[in-house]
Design a protein around this ligand. Structure first.
Ligand code: A2P
Length: 271
C-alpha cells in the first residue's frame, strides 16, 4: 500500500483512506469489489446487515490479492448486540467472508448492551480474530459512556458525514481522543452532488463534484467510503491524489453544513 493513501489508527494498524462502500450494492456487490480492487482500492467496507459478505468474500478470493494487502471491515448487527451474540456473529461473518480475521470490526449502532458487546469484541481482538475494533454511529454521549467502561479506545467511529451534515460535537470529541473518523455516505447518498458552491470548485479544478467532496474529507484526515456499482465512478472516486483544495475552498465546504441527515439519528433509531 502507498503510504500517502493510508492513515494510522491508534492501535498501530494502517488503513487505506479510501474504501469501497457496499451498502445497497445488492447483486452487483461482487463485480463492484472486483472493479474496485482493479482500480487500486485495498479497503472494502461491508456489514452483516448488508447481506453481501459472501459476495465480498468471493470477490476477494477471485481477485488473487494477498490477504495482508487488503483491509476488510465488517460490522456487528444490533440484534447480535442485544442478544449477546458477539462471538457467534463474528464467526458467521468470517465464514461468509472466507477469512480468518477482519482488519476492522465495528459495532454498527449503539444498541442496548453496547458496552458488554464491546468488551466481548476486545476479547476477540486479543484472540486474533480482529486487528482493530471500533464503533459506528456513536455520538459524543455514547462515546463518553463507552470510554468510561472499556479498556481499549475505539480505533474508529464511522459516522454519517457529508457537506450538509457534520456532527461537529462528535467530530471534535473523536479528534481529542484520537479516534479516527470515517464518513459513510460521504456524497450525502448523492444529494450533495449538485450544490452550486461545489460545482464552482469542481469547475476550477476540472474534477467532478464527487471528487471535490471526497478530497475535502481526505484533507481533514477522514476516511471515505463512497458507494458505487459503476466502474467509471468507482475509478473516479479514488482518483483524489493529484490535486489539493485551498484553505478558502475547505472553508466554503465546511460552511455547507445545514445539519441535514440522510440516514437515521443514533439517538433515536428503532431497528
Ligand atoms: P451508483 O452506485 O449507482 O453509482 P454515498 O456514498 O454518499 O452513499 O453515495 C452513493 C450514491 O452516489 C449512489 O447512489 C451512487 O450511485 C452515487 N455515486 C457514487 N459515486 C458517484 C460519482 N462519482 N458520481 C455520481 N454519483 C455517484
Amino acid at each position: 500500500m502507498n503510504k500517502d493513501t493510508c492513515v494510522k489508527l491508534c492501535c498501530d494498524t494502517t488503513m487505506p483512506i479510501v474504501a469501497l462502500g457496499v451498502w445497497k450494492s445488492g447483486e452487483n456487490t461482487k463485480q463492484a469489489v472486483l472493479d474496485a480492487i482493479d482500480a487500486g482500492y485495498r479497503h472494502i467496507d461491508t456489514a452483516a446487515a448488508y447481506h453481501n459478505e459472501e459476495a465480498v468474500g468471493e470477490a476477494i478470493k477471485e481477485s488473487g490479492i494477498k490477504r495482508e494487502d487488503l483491509f476488510i471491515t465488517t460490522k456487528l448487527w444490533n440484534e447480535d448486540i442485544r442478544k449477546h451474540r458477539v462471538r457467534e456473529a463474528l464467526m458467521d461473518s468470517l465464514h461468509k467472508l472466507q477469512l480468518d480475521y477482519v482488519d476492522l470490526y465495528l459495532m454498527h449502532w449503539p444498541a442496548e448492551g453496547y458496552v458488554e458487546a464491546y468488551l466481548e469484541m476486545e476479547k476477540l481482538k486479543d484472540e486474533g480474530y480482529i486487528k482493530a475494533i471500533g464503533v459506528s454511529n456513536f455520538r459524543r454521549s455514547h462515546l463518553e459512556n463507552l470510554l468510561a467502561n472499556v479498556h481499549k479506545i475505539p480505533s474508529v467511529d464511522q459516522l454519517e458525514i457529508n457537506p450538509q451534515f457534520q456532527d461537529l460535537e462528535t467530530m471534535e470529541y473523536c479528534k481529542e481522543n484520537k479516534i479516527r473518523l470515517e464518513a459513510w455516505s460521504p456524497l450525502g447518498s448523492g444529494s450533495c452532488l449538485y450544490l452550486p458552491e461545489i460545482e464552482r470548485i469542481a469547475a476550477k479544478h476540472q474534477k467532478s463534484t464527487a471528487q471535490i467532496i471526497l478530497r475535502w474529507l481526505l484533507q481533514k484526515g477522514i476516511v471515505v467510503l463512497p458507494k458505487s456499482v459503476h466502474k467509471e465512478r468507482i475509478i473516479e472516486n479514488i482518483n483524489l491524489f493529484d490535486f489539493e483544495l485551498t484553505e478558502t475552498e475547505m472553508l466554503v465546504m465546511d460552511h455547507l453544513n445545514i445539519h441535514k441527515r440522510t440516514g437515521p439519528d443514533p439517538d433515536h433509531f428503532n431497528f
